[in-house]
Write a protein that binds this ligand. Structure first.
Ligand code: PLP
Length: 395
């Protein structure tokens, strides 16, 4: 008997329901414009340092061309554990580390390990849109705790007000994308207390931890939760610190039992991160860290230049304490941020990330990226200011 071909049914509701990033929308439009100033980008403006690339070439020649253990190479996990001792004085075991295909895979597997469908995740507002994409795919509810638009830090009472019986995980991202805010130790402690009180997991996304400009040393959540590590997963990545976005290496640091779960979960997705890229990441940790300082100082210089330029223009920006992003206040235009970003691209040829893509609290802002040249940043800010003035005069 001949089986009749079933007509294609199209993508699932789940796939269709995944929210799309407004940054991508602007990026796609920017690609159609001749020579726009690109301030929407979310990746370092530096090439991967040469010695890391050489480490990868050597790894390929040495035969690191096969699957690795699900949790990654033990030598890489050991180097990561040493990093935490070097930077934060915390003692973690290599067995707690699971290497993943970028920080995003560490977040995805962590969320699966910590939740069941129907649970809810408490996200900062505004935040990196990919968390919400994952929640949609995993059948997780999203609750949002507002970050105050003056400095983009949370008010603990407002975080608590969002918690209900479904809440399972509190996501903390500091230094934060898109705001550049760095949460002080006291806030982190209060968030931990809340998590303890309501028995929540904490997912601390620290992928920008080496891009901090404050004089007070950055505190990892591993330090803050040293006495109660069982509810905390810290996620990190090589993407931002070592300009390695394309290599796709990140990791999760988990309580020991959970690391076994995460490693098993990886079998279903990627099995393990790319072996060659893992060796490149190991080279990054073992080599000189001067490049990290150099990149950070470049971002700091660009940030300081933007603060001065914005002040000269009378443009309101929120001073970032870390990352390579800066929020620009466009509330006086009374245009939704998405329309503003599109209008700015069309009339001034400047691409920026619209604030609404990061959550309701991002509305009224656009995000610019310091991963651009000083010249582009200066000209970009001048054009943003001109467009803002024009659009507020039209009100
Ligand atoms: C806040 C935040 N977390 C995690 C990531 C994940 O980065 P990757 O998957 O490249 O390691 C990013 C990337 O932009 C980010 O901004």
């Amino acid at each position: 008997m001949h089986r009749r071909a079933t007509p294609g049914r199209g993508p699932s509701r789940r796939a269709e329901g995944m929210p799309w990033s407004g940054v991508r929308e602007i990026l796609d439009l920017a690609l159609q414009c001749p020579n726009p100033i690109r301030l929407e980008v979310g990746e370092p403006s530096f090439p991967t340092p040469a010695h890391i690339v050489e480490g990868a070439m050597k790894a390929a020649q040495d035969g690191y061309t096969k699957y690795t253990a699900n949790a990654g190479l033990f030598s890489l996990r050991t180097a990561i554990a040493k990093r935490y001792h070097r930077l934060y004085g915390v003692q973690i075991e290599p067995e707690q580390v699971v290497a993943t295909a970028g920080g995003i895979a560490a977040i995805a597997t962590s969320l699966i390990a910590m939740t069941d469908p129907g649970d809810s995740i408490l996200l900062p507002d505004p935040c990196w849109p990919n968390y919400e994409m994952l929640c949609a795919l995993l059948g997780l509810g999203v609750q949002r705790y507002p970050l105050q638009p003056n400095a983009f830090v949370p008010d603990i009472a407002q975080v608590e007000a969002q918690i209900d019986d479904h809440t399972r995980v509190l996501v903390i991202n500091s230094p934060a994308n898109p705001t550049g805010a760095v949460f002080g130790e006291e806030i982190l402690r209060e968030l931990l207390l809340l998590a303890q009180q309501y028995n929540l997991f904490i997912l601390a996304d620290e992928v920008y931890d080496e891009l901090v400009f404050t004089s007070t040393p950055y505190r990892s959540f591993l330090q803050v939760a040293a006495h109660d590590p069982h509810r905390v997963i810290v996620v990190n990545s090589f993407s931002k610190t070592y300009a390695m976005t394309g290599w796709r290496v990140g990791y999760a640091i988990c309580p020991e039992g959970l690391s076994v779960t995460l490693a098993r979960l990886q079998e279903a997705f990627t099995s393990s991160p790319c072996a060659i890229a893992q060796k490149a990441a190991e080279t990054a940790l073992e080599g000189s860290q001067e490049i990290v300082t150099e990149m950070r100082e470049t971002y700091r210089r660009r940030r300081d230049m933007c603060l001065i330029e914005a002040e000269k223009l009378g443009l309101r920006v929120i001073k970032p304490e870390g990352t390579f992003y800066m929020m620009v206040d466009i509330r006086e235009s009374a245009q939704p941020s998405r329309d503003f970003a599109k209008g700015l691209l069309m009339s001034e040829s400047v691409a920026v990330a619209p604030g609404d893509t990061f959550g309701p609290q991002g509305e009224g802002f656009i995000r610019i990226s310091l991963a651009s040249t000083e010249e582009d940043l200066r000209r970009g800010l001048q054009r943003i200011h001109r467009y803002l003035r024009k659009s507020s005069e039209q009100m």
